[in-house]
Design a protein around this ligand. Structure first.
Ligand code: UDP
Length: 322
C-alpha cells in the first residue's frame, strides 16, 4: 500500500480519486485551499483513518514540501478551474497553474517521488485536426483573449514536466483531460452539464451559449480515476502525454434537450450570445474529440459510462444532497 498526495484533493476529480484510493487500501493526503474544492466533497470520508486533509495552497512551499516528503505518489490536480474564473482572474490563473506545477515538480525531483500532472484538452486550442492526438499542433488564440491564458499555463506545465523527465529523470506522466463530468461537479464554475441539470431541475431557463452546434465529448469521472491510477503506477508511461476522455460526441443543443427530457423539466431552452455570456470576442471551439488510441494501447483504457448513465448518476446525487 502507498501514500498518495493529491493537490486539489477536495475538488471534483480529487475527491473521487481520494475515495477510490482509500477503498484500494492506500493512504491519502489531500492538499486543497478550498477555492473551488469544498468540505462537502470530502464529507463522506473526512474522518477516514487513512485520510488527511490539509487546507492550504500548493503555493505554500513549506507545507507542500512536508506533504511531498510523506508521499510515494503525487497527483497534481490543483488549478484555477472554469472558463469564467479564468477570464475574471488571469493573474491568479497563471500564477497558480504555472507556479503550482513548478513547485510540485521541483520538490518531487529533490525527493525522488512519482508525479501525475493534470493537463487539459484546452491546450489543443482551436485545432481542427480531429481527432485531437497528443503529438498534434496546439493552436491557441491571441494573448488579449483571456481564455487562452489557461491553456497556455497548462502547456507550460507540460513542457516543464517533460523537461524534468528528460533532464532530471523525474518519473512523471501528463494527462490531458477532456470535459470530465459527474457527481460533485459544481454548477458554480460554469461547466455546462452541472449548469444545465441545475437549471432544468430548478425550472429556470437552460442557457445555451452561441448557436448550440458546438460539440463536446463528456467523460465520466470514474473512468478518469481508473486511468489516473494506472498511468501513475507504471514506469513505461513516464515521460509521456495521454489524452483521457470519451469520444462520444454530442452538440450542446442536443445536450440541453437530453437534460430537459431526463429531468422532465418545463424549463425553456434559451440562446445566449457568447459576448453576453463571457467577454467580447470570446472564442469557443466547435468540436473537441480526443484520439484515445495512445491511452487505449497503454492501459487498455475504454470509457465505460455513457452520457445517459452519467446524467442519471448526477441526478441521483443532486436529489440525494438536495
Ligand atoms: N456552455 C453553454 N451554456 C452554459 C455553459 C457552457 O452553452 O451555461 C457551453 C460553452 O460555451 C461550451 C460548452 O458548453 O461551448 C462546454 O463548456 P464548458 O465550460 O463545460 O467546458 P469547455 O468545453 O468550454 O471547456
Amino acid at each position: 500500500m502507498h501514500t498518495y498526495l493529491i493537490t486539489g484533493g477536495a475538488g471534483f476529480i480529487g475527491s473521487h480519486l481520494a475515495e477510490s484510493l482509500l477503498a484500494d487500501g492506500h493512504t491519502v493526503l489531500a492538499l486543497d485551499d478550498l477555492s473551488t474544492g469544498s468540505l462537502e466533497n470530502v464529507k463522506t470520508f473526512r474522518d477516514h483513518p487513512r485520510f488527511e486533509l490539509v487546507i492550504d495552497s500548493v503555493m505554500n512551499v513549506a507545507v507542500t514540501s512536508g506533504l511531498v516528503d510523506r508521499a510515494d505518489y503525487i497527483v497534481h490536480l490543483a488549478a484555477v478551474v472554469g472558463v469564467q474564473r479564468v477570464l475574471d482572474s488571469a493573474i491568479r490563473t497563471i500564477h497558480t497553474i504555472a507556479g503550482g506545477a513548478d513547485i510540485v515538480l521541483e520538490l518531487a525531483t529533490q525527493k525522488n517521488k512519482v508525479v501525475f500532472i493534470a493537463s487539459t484538452s484546452e491546450v489543443y486550442g482551436k485545432s481542427a485536426d480531429l481527432p485531437l492526438s497528443e503529438d498534434g499542433d496546439l493552436l491557441l488564440g491571441a494573448t488579449n483573449k483571456g481564455r487562452w491564458s489557461y491553456a497556455c499555463s497548462k502547456a507550460i506545465n507540460e513542457y516543464l514536466a517533460l523537461a524534468y523527465y528528460r533532464e532530471r529523470q523525474l518519473p512523471v506522466v501528463v494527462a490531458r483531460h477532456f470535459n470530465t463530468v459527474g457527481p460533485r461537479q459544481s454548477a458554480r464554475y460554469g461547466m455546462v452539464l452541472p449548469r444545465f441539470i441545475e437549471q432544468a431541475v430548478a425550472g429556470r431557463p437552460i442557457t445555451i451559449y452561441g448557436d448550440g452546434m458546438q460539440q463536446r465529448c463528456f467523460c465520466y469521472v470514474a473512468d478518469v480515476i481508473w486511468a489516473i491510477k494506472r498511468l501513475i503506477t507504471r514506469p513505461e508511461h513516464y515521460g509521456k502525454v495521454f489524452n483521457v476522455g470519451s469520444s462520444e460526441e454530442i452538440s450542446i443543443l442536443q445536450l440541453a434537450r437530453l437534460v430537459k427530457e431526463m429531468t422532465q423539466s418545463d424549463s425553456e431552452i434559451v440562446f445566449v450570445p457568447y459576448d453576453v455570456a463571457y467577454d467580447d470576442g470570446f472564442e469557443d471551439m466547435r468540436r473537441r474529440i480526443p484520439d484515445l488510441r495512445r491511452i487505449h494501447n497503454a492501459i487498455g483504457y475504454q470509457p465505460r459510462v455513457g452520457l445517459v448513465k452519467i446524467i442519471e448518476k448526477i441526478m441521483e446525487h443532486h436529489y440525494a444532497s438536495a
